[in-house]
Design a protein around this ligand. Structure first.
Ligand SMILES: [Zn+2]
Length: 317
């Protein structure tokens, strides 16, 4: 049975403040979530780090408002999210975490996608908690009426529906198949970037089409990870039924090679993915002007939901 909106509301009801639920496939686990890595520390971050640090998008708050930039972060804190308890994080991802990535191993690719989509589900659910408490605070001080017709109330409801749609998607294509150990319903396009020094890693799930909230999402899990000093892999994972839409949406990346492909991939990362880690060695080679251009482009796309546009400086590899 697919999850209903009430089921999603119930998931939130069990934890009032903050959000630290284990989002394992059945959503029944009551163990506290730990801060787990969405991008693997031991193999992937190890190839990027310098002095135990990498760069990630981080906001800094000042009186002028939040200022988002690529900033240094300790490797143990990089890309973590509180989405699985210790036991589920260890057991679910053992086939992925205990051996090197094999691009032909469907179980590994499935688990890689599962981690990316769960990280995104967690981010969306965290947004629900934040928007709800913002709205509740406004109602309490009389700034909004309690009937959720205000913009703040609407936003909270929309975010709740988005979290439900994302969970529903994961439920159909990942949770139930994972419990059956059936990995055939998710397809993968895997790009091998050879002669590529470790520059960046990314993990996320994005939608490629606007569909009404009661219809199924059309989305793709994206994982980009260096696997050696000379090779990076980019894996795109999607439900088999969405193959046509996904291939069309990723056409410029899948249909190109070499530097053009890396540039197209960079623009997608910059436009749509915030869970990105960059190697300090690579970052230090960028001019100050280029760093600023990249940060401005990232902030602009977050705010406008637009594609990033063209600029040779957007090349992240
Ligand atoms: Zn658990």
């Amino acid at each position: 049975m697919d999850p209903k909106p009430e089921d999603m509301a119930e998931v939130f009801r069990t934890r009032r403040i903050g959000f630290g639920r284990c989002l394992e496939p059945t959503m029944q686990c009551d163990q506290p979530a730990i801060r787990a890595h969405s991008i693997q520390n031991r193999q992937t971050i190890a190839l990027l780090e310098q002095d135990n640090h990498v760069l990630a998008w981080q906001p800094r708050f000042s009186q002028a408002g939040p200022d988002v930039a690529l900033r240094r972060i300790g490797r143990n804190d990089a890309s973590t999210f509180a989405g699985f308890c210790n036991q589920h994080d260890t057991e679910l991802f053992r086939p992925l975490d205990t051996k090197a990535l094999d691009a032909a191993d469907r179980e590994q690719l499935f688990l890689l996608a599962y981690r990316g989509i769960t990280c995104e589900l967690h981010a969306i659910m965290t947004g629900v908690v934040q928007l709800q408490s913002l709205y509740t605070a406004r109602v309490e001080r009389g700034a909004d009426s309690p009937d959720s017709s205000s913009p703040a109330g609407q936003k909270a409801v929309e975010q709740m529906l988005l979290s439900w749609a994302t969970w529903r998607y994961r439920h159909s294509y990942y949770d139930e198949p994972l419990l059956r150990r059936s990995f055939e319903g998710v397809e993968h396009e895997v790009l091998d970037l050879n002669d590529q020094a470790p520059c960046l890693a990314a993990s996320s799930f994005i939608t490629v089409k606007d569909v009404p909230i009661n219809e199924e999402l059309v989305g793709v899990a994206i994982n980009i990870l260096p696997v050696s000093e000379t090779r990076t892999v980019a894996a795109f994972s999607y439900a088999k039924k969405d193959q046509g839409s996904i291939r069309a949406a990723l056409d410029r990346i899948l249909g190109s090679t070499g530097d053009t492909q890396r540039y197209e991939l960079s623009k997608l990362v910059l436009s749509r993915i915030s869970n990105v880690l960059i190697s300090p060695r690579h970052f230090d080679q960028w001019s100050e002007e280029r760093k600023k251009k990249i940060a401005d482009a990232f902030v602009r796309t977050v705010e406008s939901q637009q594609d990033v546009g063209e600029d040779a400086d957007f090349m992240l590899f």
